[in-house]
Design a protein around this ligand. Sequence first.
Ligand code: NAD
Ligand code: GDU
Length: 344
Amino acid sequence: MANGKILVTGGAGYIGSHTVVELVEAGYEPVIIDNFSNSEESALEGIAAILGRHIPCHRIDCTDIEALRKVFELEQNIQGVIHFAAYKAVGESVNEPLKYYHNNVGSLVTLLQVMEEFKVPNLVFSSSCTVYGIPDKLPVTEQTPVQKANSPYGNTKKVCEEILTDLANSGDSNIRATALRYFNPIGAHPSAKIGELPLGVPNNLVPFITQTAAGIRKELTVFGDDYDTADGTCVRDYIHVVDLAKAHVVAVERLLQGKAESIEFFNVGTGTGNTVLEAIHAFEKASGQKLNYKVGPRRAGDVPKIYADVTKSTKELGFKTTSTLEEAMKSAWDWQLSLQKTKV
Ligand SMILES: NC(=O)c1ccc[n+]([C@@H]2O[C@H](COP(=O)([O-])OP(=O)(O)OC[C@H]3O[C@@H](n4cnc5c(N)ncnc54)[C@H](O)[C@@H]3O)[C@@H](O)[C@H]2O)c1
Ligand SMILES: O=c1ccn([C@@H]2O[C@H](COP(=O)(O)OP(=O)(O)O[C@H]3O[C@H](CO)[C@H](O)[C@H](O)[C@H]3O)[C@@H](O)[C@H]2O)c(=O)[nH]1
């Protein structure tokens, strides 16, 4: 008997696809919504290959209120929603801010309207540690002040958190929302059947590393080694995407069990910061590949150092990561190799 039907918007994407798998493994019945603007149907085949069956998917856009209503009508008894659907390219958001506000803020507002209409109260929202900007003190706790966003993308996360807070304070709404502030998700499912599918030249470190090791990119540039950190390179909290996916399962569980407040925020990271050079060395160790890299200038807008205080998510969500940085790198490399194979 399933634990309940959970709608997963953006469920064909990187984090969404891993979460769908973890939901099924925890006894839930996920239903995917995706418009495939940043994913491919092959993700659904990957999920099916892992689970041995296809997961229902509605190909619609979350900003389309009529289409959303139809899904809620068709899928009776939705218990909760995990809302991943959004655009996420920081640089693109600077050039095309309206595209980001329309999709990221618009899809949340539309979804909340339909959830209210259909009396579905439980929402898990994908937020980001980007809301902390450049923090004064480390590690960051959920009480660390939210700062002015340094990109329209970052601002969509901040605005969406404010919308959820306003709704919680309105008194009229029965929506309960849990915003998970992700640190840096990396890696792939250990089966190597699902993973990240970056379009074009990757902006993020780990896909750039694996594509360089695979010979698709000539070399990796480390963006600056003159920061005030152990080896001069930036520090991030890299979390295995399967661990991150599991955080969604516990957040859903807390909502369904009625234990959540009307609005809650949780950091989802490992609690450990690693430099770019440490990440590269962990990759080299895990894959047995020597990486071709050089040190270049700083990248504009980079946060020098950020990692999570995970006390609240450990205590209140009962969530703990289990994978090491090397394990995450190994899974990212296995995924890269499986992508090469499908192209041959
Ligand atoms: N990956 C990260 O580093 C990171 C960090 C912090 C927060 N987040 C947030 O987590 C969420 C998921 O990120 P991801 O890395 O899996 O991204 P992704 O692009 O792989 O997945 C997003 C999915 O949503 C779909 N989508 C986008 N807009 C849609 C719409 N209007 N209607 C229906 N489907 C739509 C895309 O096709 C894609 O499949 C996003 O909200 C993102 O902002 C990601
Ligand atoms: O080719 C590269 C790519 C990245 N880096 C470095 O690797 C680290 C991680 O960079 P990513 O681009 O992978 O990740 P960010 O932490 O910069 O960005 C991520 O976290 C942000 C919040 O801080 C946003 O949420 C964003 O969407 C998400 O990709 C940074 O120090 C960056 O300077 C390199 O040295 N070379």
